[in-house]
Write a protein that binds this ligand. Structure first.
Ligand code: 13P
Ligand code: SF4
Length: 332
């Protein structure tokens, strides 16, 4: 076990050799049953992981599942802030993450000591933080939000309420444009959604004139301006199911295309290309750290585990619960 702990300290995951002939799907299924574990996966996970998950969803859906699960173990196939949110909501469960290096550029951009100073400078502001933040930031927050409920949460506040919104300035600007608010924005970005090439997307649109451009609100304003639909991952997925078009240029992490193709097998989905590579897709390097092999090892050894200091957890739980309460009111 000591070797395992050292492995996690050095690498962030258990680097264990496994027999290549193992059927990982069967092994994971066996372990999940034996241990009463639930596998929660985000839409940006690789296809095999999405297919084996008990629940696949966006950040809000995953938090809601984590809050209500009866499982003893939550195996989180996503990034660290998501697993941490699950632990905040379900402290009695063991929450495990296949690779502790699965971070997030947004969460990284906003550190508690800097954020504390920022809040202190604007004492009359209420603080809304995107779920893509650490427990330390959530503990400094009044209401947490996701891209599914951000507009409703902002609109639920009194008209002239001053608001700090962190850490995603693109999402913040988008909410300002929808609600007419002038929220004070933290200067953070998602490095994945920032790197779409407007030029290449416009070229694709020229070649596929009937295609709809759909984008996540973490994208920059020029891309949002030319998009036919803007929404969270689950909203984008719903849109492709309901809209009559047969081709979509999808400006978010490419993992979501797996569910889109599954839900609408007759339609065409073109991943929007990034500006910095020859690859046609845009992947989140953090999300894609999780693999089936790591999932198997993680469930077998119940490591690495995500833990949260109890006093910070209690503070962070309040704004998450507020988010869940407002979401319920809006049937989200
Ligand atoms: P949603 O799935 O909530 O839309 O979030 C997207 C995202 O970037 C998660 O990291
Ligand atoms: Fe963070 Fe962006 Fe990756 Fe989502 S896609 S986990 S926001 S870096």
């Amino acid at each position: 076990m000591n070797k395992n702990i050292n492995d996690i300290k050095e690498k962030g995951f258990l680097d264990i050799h496994i027999d290549r002939s193992l059927n990982l799907v069967e092994e994971i299924n066996k372990l999940r049953k034996e241990k009463n574990a639930v596998i929660l996966a985000h839409f940006y996970q690789e296809a095999d992981i999405q297919d084996i998950a008990d629940y696949i969803g966006d950040s809000l859906g995953l938090a809601q599942q984590a809050a209500k699960t009866n499982a003893d173990i939550i195996l989180f196939a996503g990034v660290h802030f998501m697993a941490e949110t699950a632990k905040i909501l379900s402290p009695g469960k063991k929450v495990i993450l296949p690779d502790l290096n699965a971070g997030c550029s947004l969460a990284e951009s906003c550190q508690p000591k800097d954020f504390k100073k920022f809040i202190k400078k604007h004492p009359e502001h209420i603080v809304i933080s995107y779920v893509n933040t650490s427990v330390g930031i959530k503990a400094l927050t009044d209401i947490v939000c996701t891209s599914t409920n951000a507009v409703q949460i902002v609109e639920s506040l009194p008209e002239n309420q001053k608001i700090i919104f962190a850490p995603d300035k693109n999402l913040g600007n988008y909410i300002n444009s929808i609600t007419g608010k002038n929220m004070l924005l933290w200067d953070g970005v998602c490095t994945v959604h920032e790197k779409f090439s407007l030029e290449k997307i416009l070229l694709l649109k020229k070649e596929n004139t009937k295609a709809k451009i759909i984008a996540h609100p973490e994208c920059e304003k020029p891309l949002l301006t030319i998009s036919d639909f803007i929404g969270s991952t689950s909203a984008l997925l719903n849109y492709t199911q309901k809209d009559k078009s047969d081709t979509f240029i999808v400006a978010t992490e490419s993992g979501i295309l797996h569910q889109m193709k599954k839900e609408s097998p007759g339609k065409n989905f073109i991943p929007a290309p990034p500006n910095d590579s020859t690859c046609a897709c845009n992947d989140c390097e953090y999300m894609k750290l999780n693999t089936m092999k790591k999932l198997y090892i993680c469930l077998k050894y119940e490591l690495p585990e995500v833990t949260v200091d109890e006093s910070i957890r209690k503070k962070a739980l309040l704004p998450i619960n507020k988010m869940l309460e407002i979401s319920r009111k809006f049937n989200l």
